[in-house]
Write a protein that binds this ligand. Structure first.
Ligand code: SAH
Ligand code: SF4
Length: 313
């Protein structure tokens, strides 16, 4: 725009970016979970997952086209079961980079997305301002027009930000990654628990539920011999009962370089039945995405490692 004054051009270049996500790889097929690997303007890689006709996992009606999006490049929280944290944290995504994942997947899939879960790479509440900015645009009628109740934010347990989110007027859904029903178990697998222990986290959840007047969901990955005992199931039922929370059990997806495995199908069913016997609304996630490494961060990790090998060869 050479007809604009030089100074104004400089200012515009500083304030606005027009880069689009570059699609690097797609895994999966039309009728199953599909995983997208994108390259950002600065060459960093992020992932998004499209889950067609998902069951009602987070309280929304079933049969929605759900997208799981990333909020950071890498993650600083280092949960022991998660591929996203394995190479540390690089940077926060900007609001446009968060929204662009939805637009790019809609372009690829040719259908409108109507349900969003912030469960991809990164800790959404550690990038609070950009995530809230993205959510407002996603929700706005002049933006993507997706209802707040069809937007779910997942957190590993950032207590002050859970309270801050509760104070936001939008009726966004919250999913809390619990993965352990005692401090002892949580400390082993989630370093964040040493900063905000279970009781502190549960009382922030209480605060959220009281402010939003809606149920929250506990995510619970089942890892053999780590958090899948009857005793953990009983305590989890107690926590969920206290908050009237739903529980979403997720069999652990094997991550290259990590030693753990998922419990047997029998063990998974037993854990589920203990929760249900206590009157908890619990689901056991089906196998969706295991074959395409759909646990967050895995595809990026493989691609990063492959590209490094190619560079060193
Ligand atoms: N940082 C946020 C959101 C991203 S991680 C959080 O921790 O909640 C979101 C979810 O990814 C986790 O709760 C867990 O359900 C899932 N996840 C991560 N690693 C996994 C693995 N190896 N197997 C199965 N699910 C995994
Ligand atoms: Fe980060 Fe969530 Fe993975 Fe933990 S589970 S390392 S908070 S992305």
């Amino acid at each position: 725009m050479t007809d604009l004054p030089h100074e104004l051009r400089g200012l515009l270049a500083k304030l606005f970016a027009f880069d689009r996500l570059e699609l690097v790889r797609v895994l999966g097929s039309e009728d199953t979970t599909r995983k997208f690997l994108f390259r950002l303007g600065d060459a960093n890689l992020i992932e998004s997952v499209l889950i067609p006709a998902s069951p009602a996992l987070y309280g929304e009606k079933s049969d929605r086209r759900t997208i799981c999006i990333s909020t950071q490049v890498g993650c600083a929280y280092g949960c022991k079961f998660c591929a996203s944290g394995l190479e540390g944290f690089s940077r926060n995504l900007r609001a446009n980079e968060i929204i662009d994942q939805i637009l790019a997947v809609e372009r690829e899939g040719g259908e409108k997305i109507d349900n969003i879960v912030f469960m991809g790479m990164g800790e959404p509440l550690a990038n609070f301002d950009n995530v809230m900015c993205a959510i407002r645009i996603i929700n706005a009628p002049s933006g993507l027009g997706i209802g707040a109740r069809r937007i779910t934010v997942s957190t590993s347990g950032l207590v002050p930000q859970i309270r801050k989110l509760a104070d936001e007027p939008l009726q966004i859904r919250l999913a809390v990654s619990l993965h352990g029903a005692t401090d002892n178990v949580r400390n082993q697998i989630m370093p964040i628990n040493r900063r905000y222990n279970l009781e502190t986290l549960l009382s922030a959840c209480d605060y959220y539920v009281a402010h939003k007047k809606q149920r929250l969901t506990f995510e619970y990955i089942l890892i053999a011999g780590v958090n899948d005992s009857d005793a953990q199931a009983n305590l989890l039922a107690e926590h969920a009962g206290r908050l009237s929370a739903k529980v979403n059990l997720i069999p652990y997806n094997t991550v290259q370089g990590l030693e753990w495995s998922r419990p047997s199908r029998n063990r998974q069913e037993k854990f589920l039945s203990i929760l249900r016997a206590d009157g908890i609304a619990a689901t056991l996630r089906s196998e969706k995405g295991h074959d395409i490494d759909a646990a967050c961060g895995q595809l990026r990790l493989q691609t990063n490692r492959k590209e490094r090998r190619q560079i060193t060869v």
